[in-house]
Design a protein around this ligand. Structure first.
Ligand SMILES: [Zn+2]
Length: 425
């Protein structure tokens, strides 16, 4: 592990790349972009034909295109089948120390149905760790930091960044939660990093006096953090801000600043926006740091909500109001006049949020006429209230009220939790 590179990235991200000035940021991006495109057209057979062309001429990509063209696209001559085999074996044995020609390999826990595999060089990992730490560690207090990471699958990323100043402990989500809680109690993290579905269980354990920890920072990762969960975590863990890292296999994309706003990491990615309405957009990203697996004009399929007011932290990197969910999970309901009405996940969440005493829920659209509410508290009163809220929404948005049914909510840690989901036929 290249500790010097971690430190170098850390220092640069922390002290030199505040980018208070939007013009400076944009000119930095253009330089990085030009370098990256020139590198990729030389090293990636897939992009060779675009040599010398501007970004607008490059094709869009998504996970399917990336996986279908894996062998041709990566710059390390790695074959998809070899990478997949190694990643699957690691996942089965829960041992993530093996490498392929010196590269770390991981499976992406995507929800869109296409299984993804990703490869990273040691330098990319070092840069990622440095950049992440620069943005996520509390200012001025790095020494003695103990980070507890709850993740579904590892890929030897985190263990390798252990030192006296900074300890990382990895918690495997698939292990029994009682064991994890015991281990966490012993470890006493100063920073707790976990998906909201796990934070919920830990918060319940704190409430039930089964866990007593005093972290100075909570970082929510991997799943969408809803406003109601955020409120609950603030209360239970006694935090002013619940930090978020918006990060996927495609990169480290956004982070919460010290003032509690989400910012896109425009110092490492260039973002094109495909607007869905006047503030919601789908990001198309070009990463100018990663060298092994090109991320060029990659459509992310996520719904981001822009915040136009500048943030007090002073950075000129784009501020987000929130990350709302996946495009695939926009409900498609039958309009009163026969067309399809698209309903954003946020509107669906709100139907449940207005009903008190529900902490855990999922809402799944199974067909144009069928919506199932999974609730931790299915009382007759809650059912009635939800139906009432949902029909108010139907009236407002002019869609035909679908069949609504209710079932008991059960957590499932083998997959990413989505509060709002549309099942594709
Ligand atoms: Zn800010």
């Amino acid at each position: 592990m290249n500790k010097a590179l971690i430190l170098q990235t850390f220092m640069r991200a922390r002290y030199f790349h505040g980018f208070k000035n939007r013009k400076k940021l944009e000119s930095y991006q253009q330089k990085q972009l030009a370098k990256q495109l020139s590198y990729m057209t030389k090293k990636s057979p897939y992009f060779r034909q675009y040599e010398g062309r501007p970004l607008e001429d490059f094709p869009y990509m998504d996970k399917k295109i990336m996986m279908d063209n894996f062998d041709n696209m990566n710059t390390a001559g790695i074959h998809k089948e070899d990478a997949l085999q190694l990643a699957i074996n690691s996942e089965k044995s829960r041992d993530f120390s093996d490498k392929l020609h010196g590269y770390s390999v991981g499976l992406s826990s995507g929800t869109s149905g296409h299984r993804g595999v990703f490869v990273l060089s040691d330098n990319e990992i070092a840069t990622w760790v440095g950049g992440m730490m620069a943005k996520m560690l509390p200012k001025g207090k790095v020494f003695g930091t103990k980070v507890a990471f709850f993740l579904r699958a590892d890929n030897n990323l985190y263990e390798s960044s252990n030192s006296k100043a900074l300890q990382f402990e990895f918690f495997d989500i698939l292990k029994p939660m009682n064991e994890n809680i015991e281990k966490l109690q012993q470890f006493q993290p100063t920073i707790l990093v976990a998906p909201p579905s796990v934070l919920l269980l830990l918060a319940d354990a704190v409430n039930g006096k089964k866990l007593s920890i005093d972290p100075t920072r909570i970082i929510s990762v991997a799943e969408v953090l809803t406003e109601s969960d955020e409120k609950y975590f603030k209360k239970v863990f006694k935090q002013k801000i619940i930090y978020q890292v918006y990060q996927c296999t495609e990169g480290f994309l956004a982070y919460t600043c010290e003032h509690g706003s989400l910012h896109l990491n425009e110092d490492v990615v260039y973002v094109e926006k495909e607007y869905l309405d006047n503030k919601r957009f789908m990001p198309i990203i070009t990463d100018f740091v990663r060298k092994t697996q090109p991320i060029i004009r990659y459509r992310l399929n996520d719904i981001l909500v822009e915040e136009k007011k500048p943030c007090k932290c002073g950075t000129s990197m784009l501020r987000l109001k929130k990350i709302e969910g996946r495009m695939d999970d926009i409900f498609e309901l039958e309009g009163m006049n026969g067309d399809v009405v698209s309903v954003f996940p946020d509107f669906i969440s709100r139907v449940v949020l207005y009903v008190p005493n529900i902490k855990n829920y999922r809402v799944v659209q199974e067909s144009p006429q069928k919506v199932v509410f999974y609730l931790d508290n299915i009382s007759a009163k809650n059912k009635k209230l939800i139906k009432k809220e949902f029909s108010a929404l139907a009236k407002k948005m002019n869609f035909r009220m679908p069949d609504v049914s209710f079932e008991k909510y059960q957590p499932d840690f083998s997959r990413k939790m989505k509060r709002v989901e549309r099942i594709k036929k």
